[in-house]
Design a protein around this ligand. Sequence first.
Ligand code: SF4
Length: 146
Amino acid sequence: MSFKDFLTIFILKIFVNRINYCAMAEFVKPKILLSRCLGISAVRYNGGIINDSFVEKLKKYVEYLDVCTEVDIGLGVPRQRMVIKRPGKEYRFIECGTNKDFTLKIIDYCAKISKIALDYDGAVLKAKSPSCGLDNANFYTEENNR
Ligand code: SF4
């Protein structure tokens, strides 16, 4: 699969905030958030990891904080898949198989990470993930329910 299929790259302000430092002798590494399954640890629901050469190279030039929404809220590896369902007007994070609703835990976690992210220059997040993807994760309604 191509790099574009795997990643949503949001490089928010990377290098822009630090551009003044380029003229200085010491390069200040941009700080980014990084989805943990992108080459850091095998935390995917199926115990997998995504190794990508771009992320590998990038790691040398940035200071990163790795995040994994699902593991950080207490889920194990391996685990059931998480999906986003929209039975009515609200989106819900539902664990397949058990049908447990993790919406509140994920919202709490994201609120915490959002505060931390204010001090960061950007993020590289796993695309299409219900928990990490920003705008391209699938969701399921009553009509297309799984
Ligand atoms: S929650 Fe994010 S970091 Fe964790 S496995 Fe899923 S996509 Fe990767």
